[in-house]
Write a protein that binds this ligand. Structure first.
Ligand code: ZN
Length: 488
């Protein structure tokens, strides 16, 4: 029986205004999230016709007279989307995996989304031989468009989809060395086969925002997963002092009317930096936040692509880091523990983790492996591409050590005891507004610590602590990955 230890997080905001700072910022998360959902709904509902009728898309639509929309195929050779042509020539877009790949693959009518939108040009083009195209024309038939072969793996995607279960949220699994995305799940989901029938209900239901790809567009408070970056900032700003960091946690820290609590009122006692990290001690990290230079912390986080676009053409939201040189002590403390006004997408959190796993180099994430013509001719192939070195190998090694210890003896110990080694960080991100409050469950980490091969990021909305929910979900994805590796 594996021991499960719970994440250390602040107590819920009390009603007496003691944690007003935290209260205000959590309202802000919800507001921003709703604003974003509203905007996407606006884009989908009101802008769809405009987007469809711009010159580029009109040109593409003209190609539908000539070409049958090509297929989308998984890395392991399974059809994820294809067009079936009836005897009378009626074309139907079919998604054999229905809801499982909904957000990653998207849909090709009602405004287009996901890879169907991103690869629209390729799917409605053909590089089949001129002779075969002419033959088709002679027979008065259309040529099948090029196929898009993606990096997603059906075994891993199915596992991630099942593991997330009934939670809303997202799972991203990618290779840290290449940036290849092997699984991308978002819930709530929908059946793209039925997009036209369900359209009216999904676009009017703004409360659950079913069409939103939470993996790339969901903005969440990172909670304690953000302590990876807080730790890095501290190591950089205090390259000597961090080694002798010594803090005695008595379960809470109050500065300027803002109180930061450790989870369940736990007092962690005396701890060094690794101990504070592995047990996710909020008060120790609040103290670290007070010790950091805000402007330097901000510029480091912006190097890690907060307030900036990610290096991908995939549609995504911009993560936010709000701390400035003038921010209050309260903001410093809450930001250091991943609350504050910080918001992040699951994909971004996966990339930060992959940077640690890859010895400090962030690779550009990608989901299209190659394009091939219907006769099998290779049209174009993507290869792994480096974005940037964002930390030294030594820094990556220190963080890896802390994340490994978090699995061995800290909040991610539910990942112990498998055939693979793992390193990671949990998070329990609080939110609350209009009397509704809860905790999102986070985990980010990687497997095969000495030679990392897979990064998994999980967020389960209202899942409670990271230890309770997100870690076991990630464990299932890692297990599936090794089952695939075993077969191949
Ligand atoms: Zn503590």
């Amino acid at each position: 029986m594996r021991e499960i230890r719970f994440e250390q997080e602040p107590e819920p905001v009390d009603g007496k205004g003691r944690n007003t700072e935290l209260g205000i910022v959590t309202y802000t998360f919800v507001f921003l999230f709703l604003l974003m959902v509203g905007y996407l709904t606006y884009l989908n509902v009101f802008k769809a016709s405009e987007l469809n009728s711009n010159a580029y898309n009109t040109k593409q639509d003209a190609n539908t007279d000539k070409y049958i929309r090509g297929s989308i195929v998984s890395a392991d050779g399974n059809v994820l989307a294809q067009t079936q042509v009836a005897d009378d020539g009626t074309e139907t877009r079919v998604y054999p995996y229905a809801n499982v790949f909904a957000h990653a693959i998207g849909y090709s009518s009602n405004g287009k989304a996901g890879l169907e939108a991103a690869c629209n040009y390729d799917l409605l083009d053909s590089h089949a031989s001129v002779l075969s195209q002419l033959q088709k024309e002679d027979e008065n038939e259309k040529t099948l468009g090029d196929s898009v072969v993606v990096t997603l793996n059906t075994t891993l995607q199915n596992a991630a989809y099942q593991a997330l279960g009934g939670y809303n949220g997202a799972v991203v699994a990618l290779e840290p060395k290449t940036g290849k995305i092997l699984a991308m799940v978002s819930k709530p989901d929908y059946d793209p086969n039925a997009i036209e029938e369900i359209w009216e209900s999904v676009v009017t239901d703004s409360s659950s925002s079913v069409l939103l790809n939470r993996a790339t567009q969901g903005l969440y408070p990172p909670g304690s997963t953000f302590k990876i970056l807080t730790t890095l900032a501290f190591i950089r700003q205090q390259p000597v002092a961090y080694k002798t960091f010594d803090f005695t946690c008595n379960s809470q820290l109050t500065v300027d009317d803002v109180t930061i609590n450790c989870y369940n009122g736990n007092a962690h006692g005396e701890e060094n930096l690794e101990g504070a990290f592995t047990h996710s001690c909020n008060t120790a990290f609040a103290q670290i936040g007070l010790d950091l230079d805000n402007a330097d912390f901000r510029s480091m986080c912006e190097e890690f692509l907060f307030n900036k676009s990610l290096p991908t053409t995939m549609q995504h939201s911009t993560s936010q880091f709000a701390l400035t040189a003038d921010s209050s002590y309260g903001e410093q403390m809450t930001t250091a523990i991943g609350q504050g006004d910080t918001l992040v997408t699951p994909l971004h959190m996966a990339l930060i983790t992959a940077t640690v796993a890859n010895g400090g180099i962030m690779m550009k994430p990608y989901m299209v492996d190659h394009i091939e013509a219907s006769d099998g001719t290779m049209v174009s192939k993507n290869s792994p591409s480096k974005y940037k070195r964002l930390m030294t190998t030594e820094e990556a090694k220190i963080l890896t050590g802390y994340m490994k210890e978090t699995v061995l003896s800290g909040t991610a110990s539910a990942l112990n005891g498998y055939s693979f080694s793992a390193a990671g960080k949990t998070g329990s991100a609080e939110y609350g507004a209009n009397g509704v409050e809860g905790t999102h469950s986070w985990f980010v980490g990687f497997s095969n610590v000495d030679d990392p091969d897979l990064v998994v990021a999980v967020i389960a909305e209202d899942g409670g602590t990271g230890s309770q929910t997100a870690v076991p979900i990630a464990a299932q994805v890692f297990q599936a990955y090794y089952s695939v590796k075993g077969i191949s």
